[in-house]
Write a protein that binds this ligand. Sequence first.
Ligand code: TPP
Ligand code: SF4
Ligand code: MG
Length: 309
Amino acid sequence: MNATTAVEEREKLTKKALTADHPTWCPGCGDFAVLAAFYKVLERRQLPQESIVTLAGIGCSSRFPYFVNTHGAHFIHGRAVPLASGVSLSRPDLHVFLFGGDGDGFSIGGNHLEHGARKNISLTYVIMDNFVYGLTKKQTSPTSPIGYRSKTDPGGAIDQPVNPIKKLVAAGATFIARTHATQINHMMQMIERAMDHDGFSVVEVLSECVEFFPGAFDAGNPRKGGAFSLIEERKWDNSPEDEARHDLTDEIAAYRLASLPFPGVFGVFFEIDRPTKNTLESKWISEAQARFRAVSDQAILQQTFDRMK
Ligand SMILES: Cc1ncc(C[n+]2csc(CCOP(=O)(O)OP(=O)(O)O)c2C)c(N)n1
Ligand code: SF4
Ligand SMILES: [Mg+2]
């Protein structure tokens, strides 16, 4: 091997290379499994390390970027989608991953989530849903079930919770999946499929807060006597049994699956192809640049200022 080859050859991306700070989550927190699944996916995919970005808002789950040795930022509570949108639009060469909680995504960041989804920004958003505000020590979250006793609802929550899948379908997300933090292989599959989707892809992970909502997801965990029921996807193989399988492009069918009683079903609920804002905007930028090919950026700016005088 000559010196040039040695320089060009990349070192394998290992868990060791991807590990940053030691996670500060409580022992047994479901978020550890999500982090382990993410490391494994990155090891399997061998993406160039410098092309990976992990971003988050605020919350226990949003501490994720501290623990991953890639580009990253821990941003303002609920504002991770706009940050990630800017990174994704300006750097189409990067893989943008966003991590956060139910509070960050559906409460304070709910409005941003909807606009990221309808614009179909190219990014992968893993929402670690624990049905509670963990970091701030047990307030009712938008996904807390009715009756959940918390510091903000000592008599039990009274408000109808958000249904994440229905909200995402209605908002216009183009890939929506649901998994459970105790099902590591399934969680990895869902994250990989979300990564492979070009558009606003979201994976809701039921990730237990052992401190403030222990046992919340036992009903979806076979090891705790629950049922982890998978969505059977349509194969389009003209077989009679295929009729009963789930058509991923059918919004109404996704709603129907999302309406099943808790713990519901797991897998991909919805996936369609729709042009991303990334593609539409870059086309628009290159068309505009072609029109002004001979003029420098500074001259264009000056002309604009002159027109405003
Ligand atoms: C503007 C603003 N409002 C409120 C807070 C306080 N706060 C921090 S994290 C959080 C909720 C986090 O819940 P979630 O997103 O579900 O994450 P978890 O801790 O459960 O993983 C709240 C209300 C804040 N940091 N900033
Ligand atoms: S408070 Fe809950 S969500 Fe936060 S680290 Fe502890 S177990 Fe995890
Ligand atoms: Mg939470």
